[in-house]
Each structure stands twice: as structure tokens, then as C-alpha cells.
Design a protein around this ligand. Sequence first.
Ligand code: 2P0
Length: 326
Amino acid sequence: MTRACTAIAHPNIALVKYWGKRDRPLNLPSTSSVSVTLGGFRTRTTVTWGVAQDGVRIDGRTATGPVADRVRRFLDRVDPKRPPCRVESESDFPVAAGLASSSSAFAALAVAAARVAGLDLDPGALSALARQGSGSACRSIHGGFVHWQRGAAPDGSDSRAVPILPAGAWDLRIVAAVVDAGPKAIGSTEGMERSRLTSPCYPAFVRENERLASWAARCVETRDLLGLVDAMERSTLLMQATMTTAVPPVRYVRPDSLAVVDAVEGLRAQGLTCGWTMDAGPNVKVLCTASEADRVAGILGPLVSAVHVLTPGGPAVVESETALSG
Ligand code: 2P0
């Protein structure tokens, strides 16, 4: 029987970072992390189960090489005895630009593939599955504010994300300041591995970041935005310390990124409750209250190529499913 399922997932932004793995094949993280799922951007993925041969299309182009291999390996994890499958995925935001495209891509793929494979997985099990495609994808299974708990089991069964607050429960905004929407020179998987293996700062990052993840989760529960942005900036700076001291260094930050950071710190000095973060790319994301978002975007707009004001978004969902033939 040929079956198809389409799922939608949103990317997430790390507030406290995932940076480095204790197990590479299973994508088990060195530390816990905390994120917010974004509402404005999305990936829509259709998996057709039981076709003549495997095929992967991403944003209208046939994927080959390592990108297609990664998708096929993920489908093999969903069902080692699977039939050939077609995967078609489209994202409505710049991929590979530090806007966490792999998080929405593998979350949508996990939801669609599990459904057509006939697996009845609860969100926790879907999160552990999505993690095996891309670590950050385990957080995009849930909407709103999310805590990826690193877990301790060697098989990774307890390394999954749990929701802290749903999207509508805290009316914050994420202002994404796009310094460069092009692909990055060093992929995040390579950047984090190099940082882990070569930076003398990496053990300090692991120690502090685990504490920051617990603290940030508590700040979300109590809606303490000042505490949350403090944890977010500390985690970002600790992650960047491991990048800049890696051998050879992993450098994503650009002069325009720092101009945005200066502007955000200037706004905070004027009394706004906002804070900045960056990921594996030059773009800066600013967390702020809903009432301050337009002012933040207005100040940052002239400094960068684009500004997006985003709300917290919902969980990954099945959009449609069809039995094509039997
Ligand atoms: C994060 N990043 O917590 C961190 C912060 C980038 C910087 O998760 O190797 O694409 O597929 O597990 O999930 C990017 O890493 O890496 C990431 P893999 P992923 O959002």
C-alpha cells in the first residue's frame, strides 16, 4: 500500500545552547538545552511510503550525496524494513543561516515518517526519534518553550525534549536580525565537534551550561524575562568561547552581528527588557516583550539586511494523510 503524510514543523531558537555530543550516532548532547519554537517560519514535509525508489527533494531540487543519505538513514531508523520512500520538503525561510532549519526539517520528517510507517508515538517518543535526525529537531516537536533534557541512558531513550510552557502562555517576541542569509562555511555539526575536541574551554561550557539550562527553565516557568535573557546571553558567550578557542577557530560572528549586539545592549541600558543570542551563524536573535518588539525591530532594521518579528509557535503536526493505492 502506498501511503503519504504531510507534516508541518517550526524551527526553534536555542535560549540555552546545545553544542556538542556525548554520542554522535545517536545525537546525544553533552548538556541539556532550552528553546523557543518559532511561529512565523515553517517546514512542510511529505513522505510517500512505498514507491518504486527512494527520492529526496528539498525546496524544489533533488537532493543527492550526504544530504539525501542523512534523510535515508533517518528513514531506516524509523523502520529498518521500510519500502522505498519519496520525501519532499519545503521551508519558507533561509536554510543554513543559523535559523535552525534542520530543527524544523527533521521534526516534520519524524512526524510524517512515523505516521506513514504506522507507528503510534507520543510526543516524547517522537522527540527522541527526531533527535536522531538532528539534535535540535527534538525540541521542535513541541510548541512554545521547551527543555531538552540530556538524559543518562546509553541508548538515548531518556534524551528528549519536554514542554515547559505552550506558545500562548507567555507573549514574548523573537526579533531575528538577518546579517547574512547565505549558507555558512562551517556546518554546526562540524563546528560543535571541533569545539568539543579541541577547545580548552569546552569542559567549562558543559559544566556551566547544564546549570544555565535548569535556571532558564525555571525562569520560563516564573516568566522572569530578565533572568531568562541573562541565562541566554551567558550560554551564548560560553558557546562562543568554545568556538573561538577551537583549533582551528570556528568563527560565525561578523562585525554587523556585533553592531546588533551593541544596539540591543543600548536598548537595555534605556530600560527595555531584551537580550540577544546567536547560533551557528552570523544572525542575531533578540528576545523581548511583545510591546517592545516594534521598537527593537525599528532600531535593528537599518543595521541588517532583514528583520523578522516572530511569535512563539506551536508543535509539529500532521497536516494531511492519504492512502494512494492498495
Ligand atoms: C542549538 N545549534 O541549541 C545549537 C546552538 C547551533 C548553535 O542545535 O549535528 O543542526 O544535527 O545534531 O541540531 C545546531 O545543531 O546539529 C544547533 P546536529 P544541529 O540550537
